[in-house]
Design a protein around this ligand. Structure first.
Ligand code: PLP
Length: 361
């Protein structure tokens, strides 16, 4: 069977097998990863290896550090403004989807003014808003973007990234390591693990140290301060040990597959196959067109909400799970993250064809 969930999402089968094998060792008297201290040499090595692997996979320059934080992408919506919106007390947000919108609201709740500088909300986020020509970066502490809009299926790829002269913060939760980005374009990147990096429970933060050093965060408590994580190698308090261990295995798997270039090639192939099918279909319609299309979340519809639900539901009989679109969009959403095999897409297309024959009158 295949799992098309937008997250938590399918994990590489090799990694699941490794986790099972490692846990089985504990029955032979070894302490398992669920039981070891985070102050152990074993765990130190895991944290360092995970950081090194991410550093290598994303070509991180020396001035960038990798941190592991809990609280998901949602905590980052608050933590970033708390740490970085302390000079102008105002941030700019490109409102490209539900999660960008939530980020703006969360910043506001922390007492920071979040100015939506462009939005496609009125058009149900079907396309990507662009920075207005008169955007003035110096008026803001930073610009917040969501590289990949998980719900709406749109994406600012490296080739269509907004160009700003000021600091840029990216929520990369749903396409980190799925396609190449030049990290030097960003001052901070965050991503919850549960799509491309492992089980839910750890969030990767990549931060430019020289930018962090300029901040005045004396009024921010230690758990919400990036500097605490930086100073203590992400072990200011007890970190999510198992999650970081699993993330490290996934990063090793990505390296074994050939790194981000290989993931990107495979993801392009999967997405292209599905988009090509949808583009030629007289029954299913892709909801996003052109260069804005996401590689990792493909959204489409028959145009009939009830029928979409029926077809997504019946897919389970063919072993195809979690195809229903997000409730705000409806239709279908097929998530094609790194661990999703090409065979999942061919199985999906076969099924969509069958469903068309059954339901088209
Ligand atoms: N940002 C994006 C792009 C997401 O897709 C999600 C969750 O799906 C979030 C943020 C929120 O992440 P979390 O549930 O880890 O807080």
């Amino acid at each position: 069977s295949y799992n098309f969930s937008a997250g938590p999402a399918v994990m590489p089968s090799e990694v699941l097998a490794q986790i099972q094998a490692d846990l089985a060792q504990s029955q032979k008297g070894h302490m398992s990863i669920l039981e070891i201290s985070h102050r152990s040499l074993t765990f130190d090595k895991i944290v360092d290896q995970a950081k090194d692997r991410l550093r290598e996979l994303m070509n991180l320059p020396q001035d960038y550090e990798v941190l592991f934080v809990q609280g998901g992408g949602s905590l980052q919506f608050e933590m970033v403004p708390l740490n970085f919106a302390n000079q102008k007390h105002q941030i700019a947000v490109l409102d490209s989807g539900n999660f960008a919108h939530k980020a703006a609201q969360a910043a506001q709740a922390e007492g920071v003014s979040a100015k939506i500088v462009a939005s496609s909300r009125d058009e149900k986020y079907r396309y990507l808003p662009q920075l207005p020509a008169d955007f003035s970066a110096p008026a803001y502490d930073y610009l917040h973007i969501t590289t990949n809009n998980t719900i709406e299926g749109t994406c600012y790829h490296q080739s269509n990234l907004p160009q700003t002269t000021g600091p840029l913060v990216a929520d990369m939760s749903s396409n980190i390591l799925a396609e190449p980005y030049d990290v030097r374009n960003f001052d901070l990147i965050f991503a919850g693990a549960q799509k491309n990096l492992g089980p839910a429970g750890v969030t990767v933060v990549i931060v430019k140290k020289s930018w962090l050093a300029q901040q005045n965060v004396t009024k921010v408590g230690p758990m919400m301060r990036y500097q605490s994580y930086l100073d203590k190698n992400s072990m200011y308090n007890t970190p999510p040990v198992f999650n970081i261990y699993a993330l490290n295995l996934v990063l090793g798997w990505v390296q074994d597959q050939g790194g981000v270039p290989a993931m990107y090639a495979a993801n392009q192939k999967k997405a292209q196959l599905l988009y090509d099918y949808l583009d030629q279909s007289d029954f299913y319609h892709p909801l996003v067109t052109g260069a804005d299309r996401s590689l990792t979340n493909v959204v489409f519809s028959t145009g009939n909400d009830q029928l979409d639900q029926t077809i997504a539901q019946q897919a389970q009989e063919y072993g195809l799970y979690n195809l229903a679109g997000h409730r705000s969009v409806g239709g279908f959403r097929a998530s094609l993250y790194n661990a999703q095999p090409l065979a999942a897409v061919t199985a999906l297309i076969d099924y969509l064809d069958k469903a068309q024959k059954e339901h088209q009158n």
